[in-house]
Design a protein around this ligand. Structure first.
Ligand code: PAF
Length: 280
């Protein structure tokens, strides 16, 4: 059955209040739509853990720092609803802009420290936009648990931080990255790649895996990253924004994986910005 699509916070509130009164646990999967198997794995995890599941679809203008990126972001609402049919979700919340940012909206949520590096350094204002909308979605859905992909690892850590700092009482659950057969991390942005660019895209993950092997063999991140960057560019990418080894907990830059750590990368291919990360 096509899940009920709710477009106003009043409709959402009505349903959620009934569920809460019945003592049911509510899970939320926040998305910007263009759903792929990565999102669907989050929905499956939410269904397994919660009595009620809400998927939100809102292309959040505040997290785009480039108008054409916002304009080009894929919007596929009908397809998305169809993909959710088999998961029997309890509601799909597709708010209009006025439900999230009504006239006069003047508040911004900003997480310090974690957002100074990686995507935060390259996309000014991006994480303020993410933190603000996620806070709104958490309060509007009254979720007990929220499900995010590890693919956006920095985002996951930012959301964990804000949920704890603001006493939102939402358990933030990180779920593993889902990959295409050739290793490319699933992302709505992959839809923007031409067939030709799509075949080049897998190089990013392949090179990161080799860098992880080099680290396990005792190499230093800075040295390995130099070779890795050159290989990514040789594969057809036009720019490597970052390719770092960082500590999971606070995203400190490391030269060796002497604590739980990840290699994180962002690189441009044919005008499309791809990000990925792998645990070392
Ligand atoms: O990861 C995303 O799709 C977005 O950043 C999120 C968490 C839905 C906030 O708009």
């Amino acid at each position: 059955m096509i899940p009920p699509i709710l477009r106003t916070k009043a409709d959402l509130r009505g349903r959620v209040n009934d569920w809460k009164r019945a003592g049911e646990e509510v899970g939320v999967v926040p998305t910007m739509g263009a759903l792929h198997d990565g999102h669907l794995s989050l929905v499956a995890a939410a269904k397994a853990a919660c009595d009620r599941v809400i998927v939100t679809i809102f292309v959040n203008p505040k997290q785009f720092n480039n108008q054409s990126d916002l304009d080009n972001y894929p919007r596929t609402e009908e397809d998305d609803a169809r993909k959710l049919e088999r998961f029997d979700v309890d509601a799909v919340y597709v708010p209009g802009g006025d439900q999230i940012y009504p006239d006069g909206f003047a508040t911004s949520v900003s997480v310090a420290g974690l957002t100074d590096v990686l995507c935060g350094a390259h996309r000014p204002g991006h994480f303020d936009g993410v933190a603000t909308v996620v806070t709104k979605l958490f309060t509007q859905t009254r979720a007990d648990k929220a499900f995010f992909g590890e693919k956006d690892f920095q985002q996951l850590q930012v959301v964990r931080r804000l949920s704890a700092d603001l006493d939102l009482d939402v358990e933030v659950v990180g779920c593993p990255t889902i990959r295409e057969m050739d290793g490319l991390a699933m992302s709505s942005r992959n839809l923007l790649l031409s067939d030709r660019s799509r075949t080049k895209a897998a190089a990013l993950h392949e090179v990161m895996q080799d860098m992880a092997e080099g680290l396990r063999a005792g190499g230093l991140a800075n040295d390995l990253a130099q070779t890795a960057r050159a290989r990514i560019l040789a594969a057809g990418f036009t720019e490597v924004e970052y390719l770092d080894l960082r500590a999971n907990a606070d995203l400190t830059l490391l030269d060796k994986p002497d604590r739980p750590a990840r290699i994180l990368a962002a690189a441009w291919l044919a005008g499309v910005r791809l990000i990925d990360n792998i645990a070392v």
